[in-house]
Design a protein around this ligand. Structure first.
Ligand code: AMP
Ligand code: TRP
Length: 326
């Protein structure tokens, strides 16, 4: 059975892009593969969040993953910092990746342009991400399109390590959905939908149905009035078509054929999204009333994850010439 691994940052509200680009695939994969999913709180530290907020967001992210349908009995679901092997292997990854390779990462360029203090951790972020993936002998990594470059770098790191020290890691592949891989901001459809930018263009997974409908109603389109899928020339309309297609399991081109005007397209997209979000909101309300149970499930997940991580780290340490631990 193939092993699947993916991670998500606990930074504020999860949004429709996370759901369509990544989480829906996570849910599907746990039925076909051995799935390991992680709330990556160490990655969140790269931007120095407020501690109380980080704690709250970590629990909220884990609760949300369970609410979208990640079954902690079936999958391994845990919080990254609970398995300290991630941080230890990350150092070995930092010594395997090139400075020039890290400098080419577009996510680093974007994020460092937006923040005043740029931590070294923000720069070496992909090395920690590679450690996350390689610790579990991962075959497949389901992510949105924005993570393509990081997973490709992870492959290069794994290959370089294997070449230097002998066969140690499985070289993983990314899986990116056809529709929904890049959900754009409803107000600035040239930018991807993101939780770090506070925006009326971001649809939160837990936002109420009226709020969601309002955001779609106000979504930026264009003035030529033609419903056509053309992400280059018609970013706003194409984003709506992409979202509706992803939510209903069709192609954006086929969806475009059903509409002559923007109004009905916006209304139907809002309805389809609300239909997707409704059961998630209900489940989240239920689960968040029992935080002790969520904590218990996460501890069990971390114990399961650690068993695999310890063995992989031991192999990596030994192959690289580090002495055995006492
Ligand atoms: P993050 O929220 O950055 O931790 O991302 C978690 C997952 O959601 C990753 O697999 C991303 O590729 C995916 N993702 C984030 N934003 C979007 C977006 N706007 N469209 C599609 N996928 C996204
Ligand atoms: N960097 C990813 C993001 O911003 C989150 C992440 C951390 C991840 N470790 C991972 C994704 C390992 C896939 C696999 O979305």
């Amino acid at each position: 059975m193939a092993r699947v691994f993916s991670g998500i940052q606990p930074s504020g509200g999860m949004h429709l892009g996370n759901l369509l680009g990544a989480l829906r695939n996570w849910v599907a994969y746990q039925h076909e593969h051995e799935a390991v999913y992680c709330v990556v709180d160490l990655h969140a530290l790269t931007t120095a969040p407020d501690p109380a907020e980080l704690r709250r967001n970590t629990v909220a992210a884990a609760t949300l993953l369970m609410s979208v349908g990640i079954d902690p009995e079936r999958s391994t679901l845990f919080v990254q910092s609970a398995v300290s092997e991630h941080a230890e292997l990350a150092w070995m990854m930092e010594c395997t990746v090139g400075f020039g390779e890290l400098r080419r990462m577009t996510q680093f360029k974007d994020k460092s342009d937006r923040t005043e203090f740029v931590s070294a951790g923000l720069f070496t972020y992909p090395a920690l991400q590679a450690a996350d993936i390689l610790l579990y002998d991962t075959d497949l990594v389901p992510v949105g399109d924005d993570q393509r470059q990081h997973i490709e770098l992870c492959r290069d790191i794994a290959e370089r390590f294997n070449h230097r020290y002998g066969d140690t890691f499985v070289v993983p592949a990314h899986v990116i959905p056809e529709a929904g891989a890049r959900v754009m901001d409803l107000q600035n459809p040239d930018d991807k939908m993101s939780k770090s930018l506070e925006s009326a263009g971001t649809v939160g997974i837990l936002e109420d149905a009226d709020g969601v409908a309002r955001k779609f109603k106000r979504a930026v389109t264009d003035s030529d009035g033609e419903v056509r899928y053309d992400p280059e020339a018609k970013a706003g309309v194409s984003n709506l078509l992409g979202i509706l297609a992803s939510a209903t399991g069709r192609t954006p081109e086929a969806v475009a054929d059903d509409y002559a005007q923007y109004g009905p397209l916006k209304a139907d997209t809002a309805d389809a999204v609300n239909e997707l979000l409704d059961p998630i909101r209900t489940r989240y309300a239920e689960l968040s009333s029992d935080p002790a149970e969520v904590a218990r499930l996460l501890h069990t997940g971390a114990d399961k994850a650690r068993t695999v991580a310890v063995a992989t780290l031991k192999r990596a340490r030994s192959n690289a010439g580090l002495l055995p631990r006492s």
